[in-house]
Design a protein around this ligand. Structure first.
Ligand SMILES: Nc1ncnc2c1ncn2[C@@H]1O[C@H](COP(=O)(O)OP(=O)(O)OP(=O)(O)O)[C@@H](O)[C@H]1O
Ligand SMILES: [Mg+2]
Length: 277
């Protein structure tokens, strides 16, 4: 009888540089399988894009990476901690996240500068926490880096969609996280706003001191040039994952979106459209 090859220890356990390590994780809700046997490793110096259609499981995957959700089965390590074995409160401050769920929870009357500075306490809605000048300096710097410094004194509820995205990206960076998770940071931005944000994210990704980063999007046009790796997700399953140069092909993209797509590359950027057949 042929020997069945068992997974080696290195595939089951995270390596020394691993920031996210998922081994055969599954997430089920009733009869629905949201994530199905996902294996994924993110090292500290990598910048990943998760790309897939609506409902593919991208946000669910990001919730696992954010230590906000436990898998139904399988092993998940985030920042060296096994989910389920440690208090998630210990690792959450090390993770910066920007998502639609978070955006909806910000009180509309919150001042923009406070939305950013309050990340230091992991709270939304500033109350009686005490911050010092250095905290406010850092928050202002991050708003500047995201191109929204003039909005610091405005109420969050008065901002446009695109302005909110930038403020939340600044907030995600406030704690100097070891892992940065951005769920559709460019959604709702106009063309100029998108290009500007992508340039800023590219500059950040290029910085060796920047945290490991995962960006979720539906569009290859939203892959910042300095990002290194890609995971294509379809119906809860990984289509392919690895360095962008090897994984982003017209065939893999067509399989992911279940339609024949053409892919073009120019100056480190990607463009996709339906194939004229
Ligand atoms: N509690 C739940 N019960 C059943 N199905 C759920 C539950 N939560 C999420 N889902 C389903 O799981 C699938 C994956 O959801 P998820 O939000 O991860 O997708 P996504 O890839 O982020 O989609 P989008 O691009 O639209 O944001 C969706 O089909 C969603 O309807
Ligand atoms: Mg989503």
């Amino acid at each position: 009888m042929a020997a069945v090859s068992a997974p080696t220890a290195t595939t089951i356990l995270p390596g020394p540089d691993s920031v996210i390590h998922l081994f055969d994780i599954t997430v089920r809700r009733g009869p629905s399988v949201l994530l199905d046997a996902v294996r994924w490793n993110v090292d500290a110096d990598q910048r990943w894009v998760i790309l897939g259609p609506n409902g593919a499981g991208k946000t669910t995957l990001l919730q696992i990476a954010a230590a906000q959700l436990h898998p139904t089965s399988g092993r998940a390590h985030v920042l060296g901690a096994r989910l389920g074995a440690v208090s998630l409160a210990e690792i959450r401050p090390l993770i910066g996240i920007s998502s639609a769920a978070l955006a909806n929870r910000v009180p509309p009357m919150e001042k923009v500068l406070d939305v950013v500075v309050s990340a230091g306490y992991g709270v939304l809605g500033r109350w009686r926490e005490r911050y010092d000048e250095l905290d406010f300096d850092r928050a202002n710097e991050l708003l500047e880096a995201m191109g929204v410094a003039p909005l610091a004194a405005r109420h969050y509820g008065t901002l446009s969609e695109g302005e909110r995205k930038r403020v939340l990206a600044a907030r995600a960076l406030m704690t100097d996280p070891e892992l940065l998770l951005l769920d559709e940071p460019a959604a709702g931005l106009d063309l100029g706003g998108r290009e500007d944000l992508l340039r800023r994210l590219s500059t950040l990704a290029d910085d060796p001191a920047a945290p490991a980063t995962v960006l979720v999007t539906h569009h290859v046009e939203e892959i910042p040039t300095a990002f290194t790796h890609l995971l294509l997700l379809r119906q809860g399953r990984v289509v392919t994952a690895g360095p962008i140069s090897q994984t982003l092909t017209a065939d893999a993209l067509s399989e992911t979106f279940d339609m024949k797509l053409d892919l073009q590359t120019r100056d480190g950027r990607y463009f996709a459209h339906a194939k004229n057949s």
